[in-house]
Ligand binder design. Sequence first.
Ligand code: BV8
Ligand code: ZN
Length: 258
Amino acid sequence: MSEALSDGIARASSLLDEAESVVVLTGAGVSAESGVPTFRGDEGLWRSYRPEELATPEAFERDPVLVWEWYQWRRSLIADCAPNPGHQALARLALLRERITLVTQNVDGLHHRAARAEAARLAGQSPEPAFPLEVHGAIHRDRCSGCGHRTDAATGEEPGPPPCSICRALLRPDVVWFGETLDPSVIGAAQEAASAADVCLVAGTSALVHPAAGLPWLTIRAGGAVVEVNPDETPLTGAAEISLRGRSGHVLPRIIRD
Ligand code: BV8
Ligand code: ZN
């Protein structure tokens, strides 16, 4: 581990220990070590497709079968993935400390799975119902494109989205596509927590997708500090109090002490 990284980890750990309230923002990079491809990396999901082709309401309107099949492929890939030490460290942080808000852009459900496993391991701790705030929705749920009825993700083999059991409109993954607004209660809670946080811990995100990418800036504007964990630099790096060039599965367990 480079000197700078171990120094940075020690400083980040103290900053976290001293913080009254902490917001954590995670992106696809936190799930990369679980085998879930990121969006913009070399082997990223977008490499073979452009976001406009798949993760938009227009794409679904134009070719519901293509969009549905892309999500079915991602669901099958995620089903074989497990939370990694980065998810587990964040779950312990949220379970063992007060005033921790975990906000994720990820739709893979791995934070939830880590929280349930850590709560069982810590015996008796039940994860906060809101843990984590999934600002871009959840891939393991479907939502009706007509009446909005939510169900667990359909697992049928027929190509293309099944009809809603209530209104027969097409089901779609319960995720937020580009050009769609986020659930105001979810992003509102995240923005409120970020504006009141002493520390915003940002891990595994290219910090490009708004409004989620605006959260760390709310902490900075309110006088708080950003700690960033990412092997690469991002638009946030220059404004971070501490920016650690490392993988979240390696760094997070070292800055989050039990
Ligand atoms: C909205 C769900 C109102 C679907 C996703 C111009 C300026 C600002 C904003 C906009 C603009 N033009 C349009 C917009 C709005 C747009 C936007 O932000 N576009 C960007 C691209 C410019 N936002 C929206 O449309 C949002 N809605 O704003 O509504 C509105 C409407 C219209 C016009 C204006 C406003 C809705 C956005 C939500 C889109 N849905 N996902 C699905 O998953 O299929 S976004 C998608 O990107 C994922 O959720 C993903 O999480 C998210 C962000 O990506 P990252 O998580 O950061 O992943 P990425 O691959 O990019 O980066 C991974 C990082 O990890 C890298 O930095 C890498 O170095 C690092 N890493 C790799 N390995 C590791 C690691 N880090 C740590 N450890 C490792 N091991
Ligand atoms: Zn319906």
